[in-house]
Design a protein around this ligand. Structure first.
Ligand SMILES: Nc1nc(=O)c2c([nH]1)NC[C@@H]1CN(c3ccc(C(=O)N[C@@H](CCC(=O)O)C(=O)O)cc3)CN21
Ligand SMILES: CC(C)C(=O)C(=O)O
Ligand SMILES: [Mg+2]
Length: 281
């Protein structure tokens, strides 16, 4: 089944939960596609998971285009949503449209995502009107980490809860086809999900959302830097990779790898000829 914007809307209408997961490269995207996940998010979290920055702020349009294009080449049925990096859409509506257009033309994904509520409503409207589907992202928006003073839960307290609900309506009104709720208290996230017609995709926002998204290194147990509270580890691939690297290292050191099985035995010359070369040189 090919996943599109209409899949998102009809799955919400049918009460089916949506699944989204990050990928930043061809190999991983192929595996996610094979699993049948609805959408891949090429998140600007790649600045942290793939590039080693301590925030997402240094990520450039070129970084996003490069990684998104790798993912797109792996996807036949999976919808590819591309994060707009910090400062590619905040300064003006026209910059936002141009940069969303660059992602679509140069990386060839299917939708873009940007962070913010009322503050970026005009951008969401203009990008959508240009023919580019927009996934909105409210709550703990990591590009505002310096305003929040850390990657902290948002929507705490009555005023913040009301503002978040208003932001959710605003992005829906502006044309977003779905909205990510990041680090939002669960009852508030469930209320927002009930009130909106577009699907909510939660990350650290409880089970009441219409779908879920996770960073793949977090859910596979590959993130050695930190483990967000919301990231269940579905496997310990990180430890298993370290084990495999050590086994390889040990087998090379003690001579058990490689064997004839991993060598081009039939391509060798005769022993006589090799003996002749041995004598000559
Ligand atoms: N690997 C990874 N996973 C993510 O979910 C993710 C990224 N990277 N990079 C971009 C943003 C940053 N995010 C983060 C980063 C750190 C925490 C974290 O450590 N949270 C603490 C609480 C911090 C606090 O309240 O002060 C936690 O215990 O979950 C959460 C989300 C979410 N996004
Ligand atoms: C955490 C998700 C929602 C994201 O924006 C990212 O991976 O960049
Ligand atoms: Mg992001």
């Amino acid at each position: 089944m090919k996943n599109t914007v209409s899949t998102f809307l009809s799955m919400k209408q049918n009460g089916e939960r949506l699944t989204e997961i990050t990928s930043y490269d061809y190999t991983t995207a192929k595996l996610v596609e094979k699993a049948g996940i609805n959408a891949i998010l090429v998140g600007d979290s790649l600045g942290m998971t793939m590039m080693g920055y301590d925030t997402t702020l240094p990520v450039t349009m070129e970084d996003m285009i490069h990684h998104s294009a790798c993912v797109v080449r792996a996807c036949e049925n999976t919808m590819v949503i591309m994060d707009m990096p910090f400062m590619s859409y905040q300064a003006s509506v026209s910059e936002a449209v141009r940069n969303a257009g660059r992602l679509m033309k140069e990386a060839r994904g299917h939708a873009v995502k940007l962070e913010g509520g009322a503050a970026v409503a005009e951008q969401i409207r203009a990008i959508t009107d240009s023919g580019i589907p927009v996934q909105a992202h409210i709550g703990m928006t990591p590009q505002s980490v310096n305003v929040f003073g850390g990657f902290k839960v948002q929507g705490k307290g009555e005023d913040a809860a009301k503002r978040l609900l208003e932001d959710a309506f605003t992005v829906q009104e502006a044309g977003a086809f779905s909205v990510v709720l990041e680090c939002v208290p669960p009852k508030l996230a469930a209320l927002i999900s009930k009130k909106l017609t577009i699907p909510t995709i939660g990350i650290g926002a409880g089970a009441g959302c219409d779908g879920q998204v996770l960073v793949y290194q977090d859910m596979l147990g590959m993130n050695m830097d930190f483990t967000p509270k919301f990231a269940k580890q579905f496997d310990n691939i990180g430890e298993r990779m370290v084990d495999a690297f050590r086994t390889y290292m040990n087998e090379v050191q003690n001579g058990t790898f490689p064997t004839e099985k991993q060598s081009f035995v039939k391509s060798d010359c005769s022993d006589e000829y090799l003996a002749k070369l041995d004598a000559e040189f």
